[in-house]
Write a protein that binds this ligand. Structure first.
Ligand code: F6P
Length: 327
């Protein structure tokens, strides 16, 4: 007998990212187009455990493509990391007659999906939704481009005040354990340096380099710093620079959750729309435990285990370009 998915569940989980709504819209409409029912699960895995489910029509996703955040909410569920939590979640799956799940999120979301799929033999498709861009196998994640542009705009503004007061600014950005946001925003905003987890720059060397550049040719400096660095982030680096160069006027700006909000860029809306449609296609092709991503502008299917376990490195030429352009 032909196996056919009749009802798909969709959820967003982990840190929200701009474009998640566009992805929910695309999943919903592509499913309905293919005669598959859609059940939205609110608050990620937390809602799956608690049974917070609502069937979606095409109207439920009207007018959301331009909105940041996620209309179906997000959460980080500790319970779902336990077998007991997943057993409760499976009760919801049975009760709601959900045949397959599409999860939109990052590393943690995919790890949960993989465990759930293996334990309960339910088809799961992941869509990369995180500002961090740290999932292997896809060139871009949904939300990354918007966040990058937000950081660039903030740094443009900080540069105005940095130049006026002849100051050095350490700007801390998100990225979890990855430096994509820091490195690329540094290039885009014309910053002097990016301090990222992927390249363990000799800290003292870097600080004196900043100092030298500042003294020789510049009256202000911007350094973008990735969060969660072992060295302690922007505050610690600023403190150290002050010790080496007490004559400099140093300030710190931590951009925080500003980076996660806002209307998605065209790039993120298009990416989310393509991936949402492709996720339904993948389910109809009986794919399971894969992430749908994009490589060289083509849709790709990547095993979830690879997407979370393989390391995606920053491009060396970008690290080099930033250094060259900061002279
Ligand atoms: O994964 C997305 C992200 O924004 C990371 O860049 C950051 O480290 C983390 O989430 C912040 O999480 P929370 O919203 O729980 O503070």
């Amino acid at each position: 007998m032909e196996y056919r998915i009749k009802t798909v569940g969709v959820l967003t989980s982990g840190g929200d990212s701009p474009g998640m709504n566009a992805a929910v819209r695309a999943v919903t409409r592509a499913a309905i187009y293919n005669n598959i029912r859609v059940k939205a699960i609110y608050r990620g895995y937390k809602g799956l455990i608690l049974g917070e489910v609502k069937e979606f029509t095409t109207q439920d996703v009207s007018n959301i493509i331009q909105r940041g955040g996620t209309i179906i909410k997000s959460a980080r569920s500790k319970e779902f990391m336990t077998p007991e939590g997943r057993a409760q979640a499976y009760e919801t799956i049975k009760r709601e007659a959900i045949d397959a799940l599409i999860v939109i999120g990052g590393n943690g979301t995919f790890a949960g999906a993989l465990a759930f799929s293996q334990e309960y033999n339910i088809p799961v498709i992941g869509l990369p939704g995180t500002i961090d861009n740290d999932l292997w196998g896809t060139d871009m994640t949904i939300g990354y481009d918007t966040s990058l542009n937000t950081i660039m705009e903030c740094v443009d503004k900080l540069k105005d005040t940095a130049t006026s007061h002849e100051r050095v600014f350490f700007v801390e950005v998100m990225g979890h354990d990855a430096g994509f946001l820091a490195l690329n925003s540094a290039i885009a905003a014309g910053a002097e340096a990016a301090i990222i987890p992927e390249r363990r720059t000799q800290e003292e060397q870097l600080l004196s380099y900043i100092g030298n550049g500042f003294r020789k040719s510049k009256n202000s400096s911007i350094v973008i710093v990735s969060e969660r660095l072992e060295v302690g982030g922007a505050e610690t680096l600023a403190q150290k620079l002050k010790e080496i160069h007490p004559e400099y006027d140093v300030r710190v700006s931590i951009l925080g959750h500003l980076q996660r909000g806002g209307s998605p860029t065209a790039q993120d809306r298009i990416l989310a729309s393509r991936l949402g449609v492709a996720a339904i296609q993948a389910l109809m092709e009986e794919q399971r435990c894969i992430m749908v991503g994009v490589k060289n502008d083509e849709i790709v299917y990547v095993p979830l285990s690879k997407a979370i376990n393989e390391h995606k490195d920053v491009k060396h030429d970008k690290v080099a370009a930033l250094q060259i352009l900061a002279i």
